[in-house]
Design a binder for this molecule. Structure first.
Ligand SMILES: C[S@@+](CC[C@H](N)C(=O)[O-])C[C@H]1O[C@@H](n2cnc3c(N)ncnc32)[C@H](O)[C@@H]1O
Length: 208
């Protein structure tokens, strides 16, 4: 069993939006700190790796899909798909069973559209991270806490559907579960709150 773990996000959206870019940078930096590898797979031929991702040594860009990299007889049974519909929750003992943790590179949606099914049908073993939808960077963070830091899911501090308050009049509710920091605030990628505020302002402007 390799000591190092690999976290793979299989890119499933047609392009890399700003939201995903911020999430992937956060995943890359945190994976770097823990001494593991973060791979973005299934990238389109013309994909340009953003500078802030390229400069993180733990990050690998991969054009092949995960099935091609870890096929039958080639480590497939050591890959765990993090799947909101899986029957079993991820637990610290899974550290011994899996070397690779696979996530759907899709934006969260409300209600969830179950696009993780695109990876489920490839036949990887699945584990759930509890019943509530998380952002992709949160799902990787939680997996790392369970596998590397040996937390059980019920010991991780979470907040569900936090409200982001921009000023006295503007706020928005995020339809996801997040890990909280020592002040009880949801952990989000650097730049995400500004991006959400910009998007909220834009949709208000679009009304007029
Ligand atoms: C933002 S979620 C996308 C969920 C999405 N609504 C869908 O269609 O499946 C991105 C990825 O994070 C992981 N994920 C998020 N919440 C999860 C949970 N509660 N259990 C297991 N995996 C989860 C899955 O790998 C999922 O593909």
């Amino acid at each position: 069993m390799p000591l190092r773990k690999t976290y793979i996000v299989e890119h499933l959206d047609p392009e890399l939006g700003q939201w995903s870019e911020l999430e992937y940078i956060a995943i890359a930096r945190e994976t770097q700190r823990s001494g593991n590898t973060f791979m973005l797979s299934s990238l389109p031929e013309a994909f340009q790796v953003p500078q802030k991702l390229a400069e993180v040594p733990a990050f690998k860009a991969e054009k092949r899909g995960v099935e091609e990299i870890y096929g039958e007889g080639n480590g497939k049974d050591r890959v765990c798909l993090l799947d909101p519909q899986a029957e079993k929750d991820l637990n610290p003992d899974d550290k011994g069973e899996f070397d690779v943790f696979l996530f759907g590179g899709i934006l969260g949606d409300d209600p969830p559209r179950d696009r993780t099914s695109e990876l489920r049908k490839k036949g990887f073993k699945g584990r759930r991270l509890g019943p509530v939808q998380m952002t992709t960077d949160t799902a990787v963070r939680v997996t790392r806490m369970v596998i590397e830091e040996q937390f059980t899911l019920n010991k991780i501090p979470f907040v569900d559907f936090p409200e982001l308050k921009f000023n006295d009049h503007e706020s928005t509710e995020m339809p996801f579960r997040y890990v909280t920091d020592e002040n009880g605030k949801p952990i989000m990628p650097e730049g995400m709150v500004d991006l959400i505020k910009k998007d909220a302002d834009k949709s208000i402007d679009d009304l007029f």
